[in-house]
Write a protein that binds this ligand. Structure first.
Ligand SMILES: [Mg+2]
Length: 307
């Protein structure tokens, strides 16, 4: 387990590294962009990878948008992409239910990105949007909430309208052991603090429901076995010739380590070099899987090394 600063490598070393790679899998938020702004030089680096003949795929735990909307965003920010290059957890959640032949209804604690991907595969769903407590809990329990007997799955993703009634409804459906409990991802928080505000991620919302129901969800996104299989099945990658780029070690880098990919951490998002050094020195062997092979301050810094 060693970690190298990519920008300190010689030109020959960088050339040798990239000639040993056919496929680049990249996370998005914190690597390619922060919210609505592309990170400087990142579009040029990805476009350069393609010029060099590498296959580039986007592997994101984002579940707010559909793949179609993701492409619109890519285009706007200067990333050339096609729909088949994109794996979002909203899309993969729909694929999962479709593949297991799910015929019932899904209750969603999340955004319309999940709902629209389910609609595209003909899976009935509801729950998206504000659901605040009206009156008190007694009124909700005794009068307002009537369980839909057709619900066979609860899906939890990022939900900016997360509320007490939603936890209550999700937990009530999940009280039936046959009801599937699916989490799109477990990211704790967003990649940066904005205006002194921490942005809670999907993992915070899943944890609230998990605590109440006392069972673990089936996880769709990075670093789950499900997404690992989806990547293998779709992209037929050779692990030894694949590079995973990310800003979050417990999703992106861990996924790369578990798959036997080379891994590159960019320092424009969640984790810092200090985090990595702590894991590297840790007595807990599991922490070592979070340590990337390479790091670089920002993806754009790769450009001069590739040209
Ligand atoms: Mg990220």
């Amino acid at each position: 387990m060693s970690i190298k600063n990519l920008s300190r490598l010689s030109r020959d070393e960088v050339e040798a590294l990239f000639s040993s790679i056919d496929t680049v899998l990249t996370d998005c938020d914190g690597v390619l962009w922060l919210h609505t702004k592309a990170l400087p030089g990142a579009p040029e680096v990805l476009n350069k990878f393609r010029e060099m003949g590498k296959r580039v795929f986007y592997i994101t735990n984002n579940n707010i948008i559909t793949r179609e909307e993701f492409l619109v965003k890519c285009d706007k920010l200067g990333y050339r992409s096609m729909k088949d290059d994109v794996l979002t957890t909203s899309y993969l959640t729909a694929c999962y239910l479709h593949d297991i032949g799910f015929k019932k209804k899904a209750y969603i604690v999340g955004t319309s990105g999940i709902s629209r991907e389910l609609n595209l595969l003909g899976i009935k769903n509801f729950g998206v949007g504000p659901d605040p407590l009206v009156g008190d809990v007694a009124k909700l329990v005794m009068k307002d909430f009537k369980q839909d007997p057709d619900v066979g799955a609860v899906i939890v993703g990022f939900d900016e309208y997360f509320s007490y009634p939603k936890i209550l409804k999700a937990a009530s459906y999940l009280n039936n052991p046959d009801c599937l409990f699916i989490a799109t991802n477990m990211d704790e928080r967003g990649p940066c603090v904005i205006n002194d505000c921490v942005i809670p991620g999907t993992g915070s919302m899943v944890a609230a429901i998990e605590t109440c129901v006392g069972r673990k969800p089936f996880l769709i996104g990075k670093p789950s076995a499900y997404i690992i299989n989806a990547i293998r099945k779709r992209y037929n990658v050779d692990p030894k010739r694949t590079l995973m780029i990310g800003d979050r070690c417990n999703t992106d880098i861990l996924l790369g380590t578990r798959c036997g990919f080379k891994t590159l951490l960019v320092l424009t998002g969640v984790n810092t070099l200090e985090d990595v050094m702590n894991w590297k020195e840790s007595d807990n062997k599991e922490d070592h899987d979070l340590v990337p092979d390479y790091y670089i301050d920002k993806l754009g810094d790769l450009l001069p090394l590739l040209t």
